[in-house]
Design a protein around this ligand. Structure first.
Ligand SMILES: [Zn+2]
Ligand SMILES: [Zn+2]
Length: 368
């Protein structure tokens, strides 16, 4: 039986979160209610919290939800092939299905229903309101996208479908990484480590990860997860090390997932091999990139590819890998937080809590 109300975390302004109790809306034939088991905390949640990413307020944050179907309309059950009691991973976008982006297969950038119509980004005043994953229960729209998952894995592990999906799309699908490729990953955060796992699963020959001195533990973990070499960018000459590690060729694929810094974007042109691919996935606050030598793209015939978000094929690959149990993903998981600790969870990922270092963390509301 569904309770009448759900606890939700509401963001009311920059750095303003409050716990509320809101009614769980009725559903129709095409929608559903999800009982949240876990919701991943994302780097963009930190930016949303601080006000760097503008969102309609008030809003229930949380765009990486995993949960169990608590109630579902008959037609939705047929269309999605799930029923009450099934565990599903929910994609963030709620695409319209009809706009040009949707028709081109880029449904994750659909604007057919207004700016960023996605779980965690739709304002609370838009009916029926429970759009975000920082809650006990969430509304599933007729256009929400769900992926059924095995229910016997810990929720904090299963919810990694999201960062791991990014790894598969950014480090494999977009640059078409395959056997024989050397992959250089700039940045050892959640997405960088997910890129290591995905590139390894795709058969990459050599994987190299860069990081700062303070990232030593993450770089060690990168090796555990399949990296062959790591580079401390503060202590070593990265270009020289990349040349040494690649017999002078450079990297076939460079994945740029560092946060904010623009220098790695310019530097990636020096690391990439002839005919190589550079994937830019970390946003830089729309700053220009100094020292960007475009001639290097020309003479190397390199390709620069943008990556924004994840779509279904990469999520499917991530879910299959999680369910296979072949990779010690739990090594990436650092924190579970109660719903009431959402603010602390965001601040921990944002590095604002002294002595705490997060790689992957999630909210576990445990609605029971
Ligand atoms: Zn996210
Ligand atoms: Zn659309």
């Amino acid at each position: 039986m569904l309770p009448r109300t759900s606890r939700v975390v509401v963001q009311e302004g920059p750095r303003q979160l409050a716990m509320r109790e809101l009614p769980i809306p009725p559903i129709d034939d095409d929608s559903a209610i999800l009982r949240i088991e876990a919701c991943g905390i994302c780097g963009s949640d930190v930016e949303q919290y601080t006000g760097t990413i503008p969102v309609p307020l008030p809003v229930i944050p949380g765009h990486e939800p995993l949960g169990v179907i608590a109630a579902i309309g008959d037609r939705a059950a047929k269309r999605w092939r799930v029923d009450v009691g099934d565990r599903v991973a929910v994609e963030a976008p709620i695409p319209c299905g009809h706009c040009r982006s949707c028709l081109l297969g880029r449904y994750h950038v659909c604007r057919g229903r207004g700016a960023m119509f996605a779980h965690g980004y739709v304002g609370l005043d838009r009916e029926p309101g429970l759009w975000g994953g920082y809650a006990d229960y969430m509304y599933l729209d007729p256009c929400s996208i769900v992926h059924k998952m095995r229910a016997d894995l810990p929720a904090s592990l299963a919810v990694m479908f999201n960062p791991l999906g990014a790894g598969f799309r950014w480090a494999v699908e977009i640059p078409k990484t395959g056997p024989g490729d050397t992959v250089l990953i700039l940045g050892p955060g959640q997405r960088g480590l997910a890129s290591v796992i995905a590139a390894r699963a795709a058969g990459a020959e050599r994987i190299i990860v860069t990081g700062l001195e303070r990232d030593a533990a993450k770089l060690a973990l990168a090796k555990e997860l399949g990296a062959d070499a790591t580079i401390d960018v503060e202590q070593e000459d990265v270009a020289r090390r990349v040349r040494e590690l690649t017999d002078g060729h450079g990297a076939d694929v460079v994945i740029e997932v560092s946060s904010y810094a623009t220098a790695p974007v310019a530097a990636s042109l020096h690391y990439v091999a002839m005919g190589g691919r550079i994937v830019l996935a970390g946003v830089k606050g729309f700053k220009p990139v100094p020292d960007f030598v475009s001639d290097l793209i020309v003479v190397k015939e390199a390709r620069i590819l943008g990556a924004f978000g994840v779509t279904a094929p990469a999520y499917d690959a991530a879910i299959r890998l999680i369910e296979s149990g072949r990779v010690p993903l739990e090594r990436m998981h650092t924190h579970d937080f109660e719903l009431a600790d959402a603010e602390r969870a965001i601040q921990t990922l944002g590095g604002e809590i002294a002595g705490e270092s997060s790689i992957h963390s999630c909210l576990v509301p445990d609605a029971g």
